[in-house]
Design a protein around this ligand. Structure first.
Ligand code: G3H
Ligand code: ZN
Length: 284
């Protein structure tokens, strides 16, 4: 199948009351794990590559791997740039065949974030590519931040309304208490804030930092209108732990295929579980 965009799949997810998983890929085995999971679960899927993944694997390799995987799949597949912080990098991804990009201007003042996001949307729209943007600071969120600090870091619902109206983005990533990487304690999500953002904007909402978020909180977020859920850390953990376990048990085996095949299977297991949790299984 040809690659599709966020627009093609998130509207349906919103209407159907489910979310689509956006899984980070850094290498061939993880691309395969994501695509095979989607086919076996009959689920739409978003394969995303960060700037770091592109630096590691190379832009051409990422695009070729995902396009090859998508061609053989009979479920909708989006190739999405994750956290593009550099305008030129975002443009390169569009030119090389990404069907979707995230421009992340969340570290910038609101007006600058709006003006660069608008430029990205103008170019992307002209060539049929979808755009996700971010408002609020996801990375700096810690369990012990005070209410004032939370207000400064988290997405302001009124600002979200203005941002979406001004930029015309296809999806908005919000800061509501999740964080990237491994959590120290249990994350506490600000559901009233999410509800308010959803009330004021009519755009699909994206939840980053979703690895390690308890299942019940994920389900509640989906009920309140989150329709794209980003998972990276859970896949890394499953993949690397499995490879390490194999190497411990078989210290003399030097065949990379023997080490990476179980790692890929472990990644698939977690990805398939997430698809069921998000409700996207059976929706393709
Ligand atoms: O953009 C990627 C995701 O937000 C990754 O979040 O570290 O919780 O898997 P995670
Ligand atoms: Zn993220």
């Amino acid at each position: 199948m040809k690659l599709v965009t966020l627009r093609d799949i998130l509207g349906k997810a919103e209407k159907g009351g489910y979310a689509v998983g956006a899984f980070n890929a850094n290498n061939m085995e993880i691309v395969q794990a994501i695509i095979e999971s989607a086919v076996e679960e009959r689920s739409p899927v978003i394969i995303q590559a960060s700037q770091g993944a592109i630096k590691y694997a190379g832009l051409d390799f990422i695009v070729s791997m995902v396009m090859t995987a998508a061609e053989s799949a009979d479920v909708p597949v989006v190739l999405h740039l994750d956290h593009g912080t550099d305008f030129s990098q975002v443009m390169r991804c569009i030119r090389h065949g990404f069907s979707s990009v995230m421009y992340d201007g969340s570290r910038l003042p609101l007006n600058e974030n709006i003006s660069i996001t608008k430029k990205v949307v103008e170019v992307a729209r002209a060539v049929g590519v979808s755009v996700e943007a971010e408002l609020g600071k996801i990375g700096g969120t810690e369990d012990d931040v005070s209410v004032d600090e939370r207000d400064a870091l988290f997405t302001d619902p009124q600002e979200a309304k203005i941002f979406v109206e001004e930029t015309g983005v296809d999806a908005l990533a919000v800061a509501i208490g999740t964080a990237h990487g491994v959590y120290k304690g249990e994350p506490k999500l600000d559901f009233p804030r999410l509800r308010k953002i959803k009330e004021l904007t009519d755009v699909p909402i994206v939840m980053h930092g979703s690895s390690g978020v308890p299942d019940a909180a994920i389900r509640q977020a989906v009920e309140l209108g989150v329709s794209k859920i980003n998972i990276d850390t859970d896949i890394r953990q499953a993949f690397v732990r499995s490879a390490v376990a194999y190497m411990k048990e078989n210290p003399d085996n030097i065949d990379p295929r023997k080490i990476l095949a179980p790692a890929k299977e472990s990644a698939k297991k977690i990805i398939r579980e997430k698809m069921r949790l998000f409700g996207s299984s059976g929706k393709a």
